[in-house]
Ligand binder design. Sequence first.
Ligand code: UDP
Length: 236
Amino acid sequence: MAYKRILLKISGEQLAGKFDGGIDAELGAWLANEIKQVIDKDIQVVIMVGGGNFARGAQLAGHGIKRVTADQIGMLGTMMNALALNDIFEDQGLQSRCLSNIFADQVAEPFIHRLAEKHLERGRVVIVAGGIGRPYLTTDTAAVSLGLELSCEVVLKATKVDGVFDSDPATNPNAVKMDSLTGDEAVSNPFIKVMDKAALGLATEHHLPIIVFDALKANNIVNAATGQPAGTIINS
Ligand code: UDP
């Protein structure tokens, strides 16, 4: 079954692609073409972009930098990614708009619910900058919150590995991939670190499914968006 509207969460680290930091524009162009396949199926696409390729609040705080300021710097990192992606998408012929959850009038349109709805209904990808605009949160939690706000039917959480495993596949070659699990299992299992517990808890409470998958595998985004096997589904 194809979803009508999806929320795709991409981390900053993924956008860095072949580089150690910053943005891999070539990868961005590749992503545009993967997302075009989804738009061509009349599925609406919202993107929450991370900022870890520039800054993460929890790591930056300290030595005089307050946590709130560190998180604000992190949010500005997401803004840089969102602006770059928006340009790259349009350059690839994929219509998109960057809406910001932090005040940045000279840089991007503000995130306004009705405006986001209008862009989505016109088939434009909506890229949201600034997470949810408040500190002490990550873009994972922001993604679930935004997914709920915009009535997305699923959150596609892009990760390095294609799904949730019973142990870390990077260190355990015998790690087994799970096809599905419940939100309560994902929240309570301390070994599941694929997404913030706050994000998992919010999605579970509101019965919003999450698909954890590798977005950088060809056709995986369109597969996940059309209900084909991709990654692991967390259902509640
Ligand atoms: N952030 C925040 N509020 C939000 C979203 C993000 O304060 O609603 C900050 C937080 O410091 C976070 C940083 O922005 O560490 C970058 O986001 P995140 O770490 O989620 O990026 P990712 O790991 O997905 O690249």
